[in-house]
Design a protein around this ligand. Structure first.
Ligand code: OXD
Ligand code: MN
Length: 589
């Protein structure tokens, strides 16, 4: 008798009509075969899917060039298909499930002709974790199959675990013909189904990542009483050897990956990495908040990654332990067969091809690497990997950092008065936009908890869900707003960022451990000047003060913009959020 997984795979194959079906087991041997196929035979683009890179300098690494129109998440083509539009909220594109399925069925009919359908059984979370979820993704491209091996725990064992159960997360993916007019990333939370067609880009195609672990999982979390968040998870070891765990949410390309494996500028402090993008947060039996990272890989932005900004990532990329490591849309040095990108420390190669395969010489206009070019690499390669990474229970969280990129207005670090105030602080967070999604760069958009593109349900209800989690926590983590990006009159960043961010984290650890006081402002608690360790930095006193300044008239204008955003959730916005807003207005005077 066919299992529910087998039945579903057969049904999808009847529609997509692949030439063959390949059940993947997640082994290295299989990944090597898939790479061979991608390099030689798989006719998906009019060039090979992979080139082998220099195995001496970049062991296990391969280069991939995407379709030129397929380089970032496409939020305008991403839909969440709840039965009612109201459930999706103003933060999501919505389509009625029946209409969405009709559209997708037409687009999928025969889309895998001449291709292989790869069946990828995988877990999000450690298989022994009570918080883990069993999933199956189908795809028609080896690039996605091997990427999923890096990013998730893929194995045959997942099929045994699912057995005769109907409860598994389904992902149907095809690159179709890459036509943006026939591209959709659709989510069906009621069925834990993601159906994505027309794109091979990570955020649109590795369905365990944003699509399941954030959009669908946030809906599951709302139902089951937990949170799926766009957060780094890390442990910070202090000079006494005590490790404190924190999470941190930032919108795409604000340096989450750098933060997750930061090389401390302060002696005696060390960062241990658990995750750089996604955290699942559960209330533990002891009333503390526990975090797991459901993923096993980094899908990080290459430009700007260097021995200066993130030495641990350079070591991770060169480690060559877990097979394979992929580079997508960077520059490509054909003489040395090496990847290269703007901001990398190695000298600029004299002759390269750019991310579109066109000859490129240093000094010429435009960048050799796409701004959103990426690496895909296993976390098991990371020298900073936490001992707790595979702990099925996760790690207890003492502080949550909520950030965005604001060149003005928002202080370097602010501690919320309490959990509910922290939820409001997160709700009003905004960021100047980046290249990880296809939209205008540099415009301010509100991005609560960095979840605007990823919350699979009405964000008004999401704030209510955060508040209800807070009520169940006996020992809630403290919540902090952080902003590394404030600039001076000349438009230069005041705070050095990168490894120096440990200074802000040290202040947070000192607060969490009750070692120091703080100064009250209308926005929350900020550091007393003497408590922020800036030894060895040369930031003038007036600039340091600017980092914690609250400009009341500017904030009054900011409140009007916050109001516009919060009001868009209508009566889904919890009364507590309005109360917090009124309190802020009163404090601003
Ligand atoms: C990512 C993103 O790729 O947030 O992590 O876009
Ligand atoms: Mn992300």
């Amino acid at each position: 008798m066919a299992t529910p997984v087998e039945k579903w795979v057969e049904e999808q194959a009847r529609l997509a009509k692949p030439d063959r079906i390949w059940w993947c087991d997640g082994s290295e041997e299989e990944a090597r075969k898939l790479m061979e196929i991608g390099m030689k035979k798989e006719k998906i683009l009019d060039y090979p899917l992979f080139w082998e890179l220099n195995q001496k300098t970049w062991p296990t690494a391969y280069y991939h060039r995407s379709h030129p129109t397929d380089v970032a998440r496409t939020e305008q083509l991403t839909f969440v298909c709840h039965p009612k539009q109201d459930q999706a909220g103003p933060n999501n594109n919505w389509m009625a499930p029946a209409e969405a399925k009709e559209k997708l069925t037409k687009l999928t009919d025969g889309c895998m002709r001449g291709r292989t359908m790869y069946v990828l059984p995988y877990m999000m979370g450690h298989p022994d974790s009570p918080y883990a979820k069993s999933c199956v993704q189908l795809t028609d491209v080896s690039y996605v199959a091997v990427s999923m091996r890096i990013m998730t725990r893929m194995s045959k064992g997942v099929l045994d675990k699912i057995g005769n159960s109907e409860t598994f997360v389904k992902g149907m993916h095809s690159v179709g013909d890459f036509d943006p007019n026939r591209r959709f990333i659709m989510h069906f939370p009621q069925e834990s189904l993601v159906w994505s067609i027309g794109s091979g880009y990570g955020g649109n195609a590795l369905l365990g990542k944003k699509c399941f672990s954030l959009r669908i999982a946030s809906c599951l979390g709302q139902r089951e009483g937990w949170l799926a968040e766009h957060m780094v998870v890390m442990g910070i070891e202090d000079p006494q050897g005590k490790i404190t765990y924190i999470t941190a949410a930032f919108p795409s390309a604000c340096g989450k990956t750098n933060l997750a494996m930061l090389q401390s500028a302060l002696p005696g402090y060390k960062v241990w990495t658990i995750g750089d993008d996604i955290a699942w947060l559960n209330v533990g039996p002891d009333g503390r908040l526990y975090a797991i990272n459901p993923e096993t890989g980094f899908f990080g932005v290459a430009p700007g990654t260097s021995m200066k900004t993130n030495p641990n990532m350079v070591h991770t990329l060169k480690a060559g332990k877990f097979y394979p490591t992929l580079f997508t849309n960077t520059g490509f040095d054909l003489d040395r067969m090496e990847p290269w990108w703007e901001g990398y420390d190695a000298p600029t190669p004299a002759k390269m091809v750019d991310w579109q395969g066109k000859p490129w010489t240093p000094g010429q206009e435009g960048k050799v690497a796409h701004a959103n070019s990426r690496f895909t690499v296993s976390m098991y390669n990371a020298p900073t990997l936490s001992r707790e990474f595979d702990n099925p229970k996760g790690v207890p969280i003492s502080a949550i950092l909520l950030g965005g990129k604001r060149t003005q207005l928002v202080p370097l670090v602010t501690e919320a008065f309490d959990w509910a105030h922290g939820v409001f602080l997160g709700a009003r967070t905004g960021s100047e936009t980046t290249a990880a999604a296809a939209h205008q760069v540099g415009v301010l958009r509100r991005d609560p908890m960095a979840m605007l593109p990823f919350c699979g349900y009405n964000m008004g209800d999401y704030f209510g869900h955060w508040l209800s989690i807070g009520q169940r926590l006996k020992h809630p983590p403290k919540i902090y707003g952080v902003n590394w990006f404030r600039t001076d009159e000349d438009g230069k960043f005041i705070w050095p960022g990168f490894g120096d961010n440990i200074r802000v984290i040290k202040w947070i650890l000192d607060r969490v451990n009750g070692r120091i006081g703080a100064k009250e402002t209308p926005l929350g608690l900020v550091p007393h000047t003497a408590d922020l360790d800036v030894s060895g930095l040369s930031i003038p006193k007036d600039k340091m003060e600017k980092l914690s300044e609250v400009d009341r008239p500017l904030w009054q204008a900011e409140v009007q913009d916050i109001d516009k955003f919060l009001n868009s959730f209508g009566d889904h916005l919890p009364a507590e959020m309005r109360r917090q807003r009124d309190m802020l207005v009163k404090k601003l005077g």
